[in-house]
Design a binder for this molecule. Structure first.
Ligand SMILES: CCCCCCCCCCCCC/C=C/C(=O)SCCNC(=O)CCNC(=O)[C@H](O)C(C)(C)COP(=O)(O)OP(=O)(O)OC[C@H]1O[C@@H](n2cnc3c(N)ncnc32)[C@H](O)[C@@H]1OP(=O)(O)O
Length: 288
């Protein structure tokens, strides 16, 4: 148990170890808790991953590392097991549906409850970061989770005509494989029994699954545009007593455009994590 560190403590070895390659421009959001790292780049630059992942083994500044409390470890173990199980149930349900029906039509409807429950539950990941029990960047976790919540509730749940689009299957499959791998990685890590193939899968599958998932998401939003324009859903028109207007159609266009700067940052973040965890690529700089 307990390869996790509290981020504040883990940051101790930080300035000494920096990853190869230039970091992405940090997003303009500041950290709100000592346990959180504030930028997409900072979780590694600060050594906030506890140093453990930097060479795929436990590395930390002597005397700087603190163990997570029992309660946090027990909670995270429970959380990760529950999430692994939830996404496994989803995977099995999808495979069974396709084998029985031979089509993806109706798939979303049949799994939507489980999907909504477990994806919404993942909001806790932002909480974990904010309270400092995991050292992930709050921005990385926030962008990742909020874009998923947005897809689940404000797109797929709300716009019924697009639920049978092939693109929905694309992101469902990408999310499901990713999450089974990711949560089992965290679980086995917490239990100090991480099989190499799970570590390998965590830091290789995303190379394909991330673009596939993002393509599925973008195509689904794109498919929703005509319906949103026609119905004017979630839009507020002038005149009204608050004198505000909001156009969901244009909001969706802006959201799609925001993938252009945001997705590469997440993707390159994962590529750097991969280099560090699987290949131990670090450049050690001396502090002045
Ligand atoms: C309102 C509308 C908003 C819209 C916004 C639109 C813009 C969106 C643009 C981008 C959209 C992306 C959409 C996403 C699509 C998909 O997901 S497609 C499917 C493929 N996806 C992936 O492959 C996801 C990859 N992402 C991740 O793996 C992670 O989620 C991450 C958030 C990117 C973070 O990775 P990383 O920095 O490697 O950190 P962590 O894995 O979190 O690890 C850091 C350390 O923390 C420990 N830890 C973290 N969580 C836990 C936990 N639950 N339990 C235990 N431990 C945890 C982890 O073990 C690490 O510890 P060390 O190993 O000791 O360092």
């Amino acid at each position: 148990m307990g390869r996790l560190t509290e981020a504040a403590a883990a940051g101790g070895g930080a300035s000494a170890a920096r990853s190869a390659g230039p970091p992405p421009a940090p997003l303009p959001l500041s950290s709100t808790s000592p346990g959180c790292t504030a930028t997409m780049a900072s979780s590694e630059e600060d050594g906030a991953n506890g140093g453990a992942s930097e060479a795929g083994e436990e590395r930390e500044a002597p005397g700087k590392r603190r163990r997570l409390g029992l309660l946090a470890t027990v909670w995270l173990t429970f959380y990760n097991i529950a999430m692994t199980a939830g996404w496994l149930v989803l995977a099995i349900a999808m495979v069974r549906f396709y084998m029985e029906k031979g089509t993806h039509k109706g798939l979303y409807k049949s799994i939507q409850k489980t999907l909504k429950f477990f994806q919404t539950f993942a909001l806790l990941e932002i909480v974990h970061c904010l309270i400092g029990i995991v050292p992930t960047s709050v921005i990385v976790a926030g962008v990742q989770v909020s874009s998923r919540i947005f897809m689940v509730w404000l797109i797929t749940h709300s716009i019924k005509p697009i639920q049978n689009e092939e693109s929905v299957v694309l992101f469902l499959v990408a999310w499901t494989v990713t999450e089974i791998t990711r949560y089992s990685f965290y679980t086995f890590s917490l239990l100090d029994h991480l099989p190499y193939f799970i570590k390998w899968a965590r830091y290789n599958f995303f190379i394909i699954l991330y673009p596939v998932g993002v393509a599925g998401e973008l195509l689904t939003i794109y498919a929703a545009l005509p319906y949103v324009k026609k119905t004017g859903m979630f839009s507020i028109r002038l005149p009204n007593k608050y004198n505000v207007s909001f156009d969901y159609y244009y909001f969706l266009l802006i959201t799609m455009a925001s993938y252009i700067p945001l997705f590469p940052q997440l993707y390159f973040h994962m590529l750097r994590q991969r280099r560090k965890v699987l290949h131990g690529e670090v450049i050690v700089e001396k502090d002045d």
